[in-house]
Design a protein around this ligand. Structure first.
Ligand code: HAM
Length: 413
């Protein structure tokens, strides 16, 4: 027997029953975003490795450990995209979108890849809904972006949603704060985990993410960035909070909210659900005022977020459900061609119609009709007769096939 294959570790197949909810989520998101003036962008699934090293940040876990990188036949370093923001900013610069009226509002939906340890809600290929508002530093844009994700999550009924909100300030105040934090860490060096100790200079903020007991204790007495915002950043943050208050969006302030990507400035946020286990983040994002310039474009402030599709579905509790048929057309042997013509006509009129493709007997076909959940069946007898059967009551009556089809089309399924 030849060896059988399974989908690679950390990946999964989306089977028809799972695809219904995903499609509903896609439709809800695309309607909400279209109504809010966002245009859909699609970027390649792989990009130059250097784009992510520069965009996401060389010291991040994503770039250091999690990228699926490879060399193509021409020796170019490529990487399966671990996130979307760097790609969208690359496209913004490449296509001169800074010349368009600002801000440019974009969204995308697709697969992303991170070589993480697989567990519930954490995959190596997962899907994100990503939203970016590029070309404005107005707090209104931060608030609009957060209100949109809040509305999408609530609109589809995700239970137990909470929002954490923080600000990382601007690069200058953050640099001063990092120094202060690094000094604090150094003065407690012996209490820290080896991982945090080795990154004191490179990325001291990541220490807030640690679950190591000694590190946590050290961080409890550390100053947070919220205590050290300069007056412009503090004013910006106050404005964002005020707009969320006005919109009735509840949040918890979190001065220790550290995102796993280096490009953030000012506002950062994360939505979680208590229905998820350890991987509780439904989505997150923030402002990234330096990224477009970092990628060779003009100084361009921007804000955005990404939400994990699988996490949202997990929190919703997936219903296994396939769409049911409106009509099943059963046919005796010599009548199969008429059956195909009939379902084609019904489908053309917008009905969900199907027929047997496996040579079943009429009895077998009626059983199949039952399984598909069809509310009605057309039965084409070998004498050329046609019957319309109500699958719930079992009532049926004979009529001309053309008349039955007209009736079905008029009833709309
Ligand atoms: P992120 O927090 O890295 O942000 O990812 C956003 C969301 O993607 C997470 O909250 C989670 O729901 C989902 N996610 C991430 N990794 C995995 C995984 N391995 N398996 C399943 N789901 C996962 C970003 O990616 C930023 N680009 C967001 C952003 C956009 N910031 C500004 N604009």
């Amino acid at each position: 027997m030849p060896a059988r294959f399974s989908a690679p570790r950390g990946t999964f197949d989306v089977l028809p029953a799972d695809s219904v909810r995903r499609a509903e989520l896609y439709v809800a998101a695309s309607q909400a975003l279209t109504r809010a003036g966002y245009g859909r962008i699609e970027t390649p699934v792989f990009e130059d490795t250097a784009l992510f090293a520069r965009g996401v940040g060389a010291s991040t876990d994503i770039v250091q450990k999690e990228m699926f990188s490879f060399e193509d036949q021409g020796g170019r370093g490529l990487t399966l995209r671990p996130e979307s923001t760097a790609s969208i900013c690359r496209a913004y610069v490449q296509h001169g979108m800074h010349k368009l009226p600002q801000p440019v509002k974009l969204w995308c939906w697709g697969p992303f890849f991170r070589h993480e340890r697989p567990q519930a809600g954490r995959f190596r290929q997962f899907h994100q809904l990503d939203v970016e508002t590029i070309g404005t530093d107005d707090p209104l844009a931060d608030a609009e972006s957060i209100i949109l994700l809040d509305g999408i999550l609530r609109g589809i009924g995700v239970p137990g949603v909470e929002l954490r909100l923080g600000s990382l300030g601007s690069p200058a105040s953050r640099a001063a704060y990092r120094e202060e934090l690094a000094a604090h860490l150094r003065s407690h060096e012996n209490d820290l985990s080896a991982d945090v100790r080795s990154r004191i200079d490179q990325n001291p903020l990541r220490a807030f993410d640690s679950d190591h007991a000694g590190t946590r204790e050290t961080m409890a007495s550390a100053p947070t960035m919220l205590d050290r915002l300069d007056s412009d950043d503090a004013e910006h943050f106050e404005a964002v909070k005020g707009l969320l208050d006005q919109a009735g969006v509840e949040y918890t302030l979190d001065g220790t909210l550290v995102r796993g990507l280096d490009y953030y400035t000012r506002t950062v946020f994360e939505f979680t659900s208590d229905r998820l286990g350890a991987q509780s983040a439904l989505g997150g994002g923030g402002r990234y005022d330096g990224l477009v310039a970092e990628l060779g474009g003009p100084e361009t402030p921007a804000v955005g977020w990404a939400a994990g599709i699988e996490r949202i579905l997990l929190a919703l509790g997936e219903r296994a459900e396939e769409p049911t048929l409106d009509v099943f057309v059963a046919a005796a042997d010599g009548q199969r061609e008429r059956a195909l013509a009939a379902v084609t006509e019904l489908r053309g009129a917008g009905l969900r119609a199907d027929l047997d493709l496996a040579g079943r007997s009429i009895k077998g076909q009626m059983k199949q009709a039952d399984r598909t959940g069809a509310s009605r069946a057309v039965v084409l007898g070998d004498d050329g007769s046609a019957k319309l059967r109500d699958m719930d009551s079992g009532e049926q009556r004979e009529a001309d096939l053309a008349t039955i089809l007209v009736e079905l089309k008029e009833s709309g399924g």
